[in-house]
Design a protein around this ligand. Structure first.
Ligand SMILES: *[C@@H]1O[C@H](CO)[C@@H](O)[C@H](O)[C@H]1NC(C)=O
Ligand SMILES: *[C@@H]1O[C@H](CO)[C@@H](O)[C@H](O)[C@H]1NC(C)=O
Ligand SMILES: *[C@@H]1O[C@H](CO)[C@@H](O)[C@H](O)[C@H]1NC(C)=O
Ligand SMILES: *[C@@H]1O[C@H](CO)[C@@H](O)[C@H](O)[C@H]1NC(C)=O
Ligand SMILES: *[C@@H]1O[C@H](CO)[C@@H](O)[C@H](O)[C@H]1NC(C)=O
Ligand SMILES: *[C@@H]1O[C@H](CO)[C@@H](O)[C@H](O)[C@H]1NC(C)=O
Ligand SMILES: *[C@@H]1O[C@H](CO)[C@@H](O)[C@H](O)[C@H]1NC(C)=O
Ligand SMILES: *[C@@H]1O[C@H](CO)[C@@H](O)[C@H](O)[C@H]1NC(C)=O
Length: 493
């Protein structure tokens, strides 16, 4: 081969490589797709280092449905607001299940399905007969039946932590973020916390003012909606709102997109997009200490001082707080038990929403809790005689000037229970492995011995390469074979 041919060959392969590369690049212009049809399938690109892989965009290119990278190797199916890259919707897939790997697949076969051949289906819209998937300019993802012109499923009906402008929030829905959730009741909106105890505290409630319309039984359930005029409205019919919760930009003609988000700290905030940033224009809980767990479990929040710990011994740490998050109650099995922590000068956040009982003394209030295994603590006011019971693992208390309010809290004893369990579990696993090895060995030995005896007694003969030659004991051969294969299986394990 002469030099020019090598060069031209090189050049040829380079151009070939480049054209296929460019072609493969342009084939990723499925990213600008405005409609997904039945038969569509996509997998996350493992070589793609970016945190979002778009699959479908709305006509204005403001929103995009795609794979969102979580914790570097996990995957979420999300709709993001493209200019800010903030998710406005997440599919409720099984937590920590979907991986950012080639085996994860999103397909549309009438139903939108996220699955993996090993683990099965992580999430599905469970629809039938859908033939198109489209993303509207308000971020609503819809599965449509184009023949009957009906919407079979829409993401607006399954919100995650965000409501966008024009999205109806009904009594069948909930916004969720960690332990927090928002729901609409008969004539109110409320935020709840689930601290994995026996009761779920309600920590914020807004009752409809009913200025323009009354809530009437028989008119159907109340629903809420963020309005482009800068308010969160509650409605029973479209005619007039039963409540208007005004944002800072109310009636000011601010045109940016609005959204309402249940935040990781349990607050509810409203924002508008000013074409550069999300500007906060509403906050349900303005006093930070009034959040349900501002400083985490067994924390103490004070307006001037920030976070400290209920016991004066533990140093509050930004990452770890004061204590590990607890769950459950003290009702099952008494072996762990608790010790009692007392602290004067504390009160519950959102105490107006917490039920109480009037009692004569701290002793009475406390004794009631000590006898009740689903009670985690009490706060007693010396002045009013109100006894507040905490029916969930203790969270953050609020520092309260004078010492007339006293808290008594149960703290779970940290026995070696968990450590023991870990050692125990390891031991059990070890024993099982050793036991299986011994059993496999014994079976193998038994088979060998039996085989030897059979051959010796002339009942079967052993032929090289074939194993046991057909003899009068055909069923014996079968039993031998199954026996040895069983021991092989055991050894493999
Ligand atoms: C990619 O873009 C080209 C040119 O804009 C277009 O002709 C082609 O149909 C697009 N492909 C896909 C899969 O959208
Ligand atoms: C779509 O695919 C999923 C997962 O493979 C399957 O369970 C489901 O039955 C399919 N649905 C239709 C309508 O074919
Ligand atoms: C969104 O689409 C609707 C019709 O579907 C249209 O009336 C509206 O003007 C659009 N909004 C924007 C911001 O494009
Ligand atoms: C919200 O509910 C109202 C009243 O039922 C309805 O007219 C409107 O179309 C709904 N909006 C969306 C986006 O579903
Ligand atoms: C949005 O807000 C930021 C910060 O306040 C400001 O710098 C920016 O100019 C605003 N953008 C518009 C379009 O008003
Ligand atoms: C904790 O420290 C504060 C301030 O130093 C003190 O007033 C309070 O009595 C202490 N409480 C306990 C339970 O030790
Ligand atoms: C025990 O405490 C829980 C949680 O505060 C409460 O719901 C329950 O009614 C109490 N039971 C009794 C018998 O007082
Ligand atoms: C509660 O009230 C009693 C009697 O009024 C008083 O002796 C006691 O010191 C008070 N306790 C606190 C913590 O203020």
């Amino acid at each position: 081969m002469t030099k020019p041919t090598i060069v031209s060959n090189l050049f040829l392969s380079l151009t070939l490589f480049l054209t296929t590369w460019v072609r493969s690049l342009s084939s990723t212009n499925t990213t600008t797709t405005h409609e997904i049809l039945r038969g569509f399938s996509a997998t996350p690109d493992p070589s793609n280092p970016s945190s979002f892989q778009p699959l479908l965009t709305d006509p204005t290119s403001t929103f995009s449905l795609g794979f969102l990278r979580v914790k570097s190797s996990e995957l979420a199916l999300s709709i993001i607001h493209v200019p800010s890259s903030d998710p406005v919707w997440l599919a409720q897939i099984i937590p920590n299940s979907a991986r950012w790997s080639e085996s994860t697949r999103l397909l549309f076969n009438g139903s939108l399905v996220l699955s993996d051949p090993h683990s099965g289906v992580f999430w599905s819209t469970g629809t039938n007969g859908g033939d198109g998937l489209r993303l509207l300019n308000n971020s609503n993802l819809q599965i449509v039946d184009s023949v009957a012109v009906t919407v079979l499923w829409q993401s607006f009906d399954f919100p995650s932590d965000t409501l966008v402008e024009s999205q109806n929030f009904t009594s069948a829905m909930a916004l969720r973020n960690g332990p927090y959730s928002m729901r609409v009741g008969r004539d109110f909106l409320a935020l709840y916390a689930d601290f994995k105890g026996d009761s779920n505290p309600l920590y914020w409630r807004h009752k409809a003012m009913e200025a323009k319309a009354q809530v009437e039984d028989g008119l159907g359930p109340v629903y809420a909606r963020v309005d482009s005029d800068g308010f969160l409205g509650m409605y029973q019919t479209e005619a007039a709102p039963v409540d208007v919760m005004a944002f800072a930009s109310f009636h000011r003609g601010v045109a940016g997109l609005r959204r309402l988000r249940l935040e990781p700290d349990g607050n509810l905030r409203g924002y508008f997009w000013n074409s550069t940033i999300w500007v906060t224009e509403f906050e349900a809980i303005q006093d930070w200490c009034e959040l349900p767990s501002a400083c985490g479990p067994y924390g103490l929040c004070s307006a001037g001082n920030g976070c400290t710990c209920l016991d004066n011994k533990t140093e509050f740490s930004g990452s770890g707080g004061c204590s590990r998050a607890e769950s459950g109650d003290f009702c099952s099995g008494g072996e762990e038990g608790f010790w009692v922590l007392r602290r004067a000068g504390v009160e519950l956040p959102y105490k107006e929403l917490v039920g109480f009982e009037k009692m004569g003394s701290l002793e009475e209030c406390e004794g009631d809790c000590m006898r009740n295994c689903s009670c985690w603590g009490v706060v007693f006011s010396n002045v009013s005689g109100f006894c507040y019971r905490i029916g969930y693992p203790v969270q953050t208390l609020v520092a309260f000037g004078d010492g007339t309010k006293v808290g008594v809290f149960k703290v779970r004893k940290r026995g070696e229970k968990e450590g023991k369990w870990e050692v125990g579990f390891g031991g059990v696993v070890g024993l099982v492995v050793v036991g299986m090895g011994v059993l496999g060995g014994l079976i193998g030995l038994g088979v060998w011995w039996w085989k030897k005896r059979m051959i010796k007694e002339g009942k079967v003969e052993f032929v090289e390469g074939v194993g046991l030659a057909p003899g009068p004991y055909r069923d014996l051969k079968e039993s031998l074979r199954s026996e040895s294969s069983r021991s092989l299986e055991l050894c493999k394990r």
